[in-house]
Ligand binder design. Sequence first.
Ligand SMILES: [Zn+2]
Length: 129
Amino acid sequence: MHELSYATSMLNTILDTINNSDFKDENIKRVSKINLEIGELTFINVEQLKFAFEVVSQSTLCEGAEIEVEYIKPRVLCNNCGYEGDLDAKDEFDILCPKCQSLSLKIRGGKEFNIKNITLEFDEVDKDQ
Ligand SMILES: [Zn+2]
């Protein structure tokens, strides 16, 4: 299941980013939301990704984070007929030119897996009571 490796690398990236950021000394309570950009040609099953992330993020700052996904449509250029545009692919065996069915394509997008941004929740700092 390749969702598990995406989930693991996502978790490591987020935790590394926090550790290397200016926020690390503040009272970060948790990561409440994660916005992802996923290219359709990764064929990631988002439900499986969310489930895998729930498992690997247990007892980390990311536990319970909400995941929101924005899909990126693949764009291709056909070497055979010159078609340039979107591609609708059901699976990795379905990557062919929508016009001439050629397999000889230049893929210009759709394989992205980006963490666009994360939302942090901070602990209330104790004030004089
Ligand atoms: Zn074509």
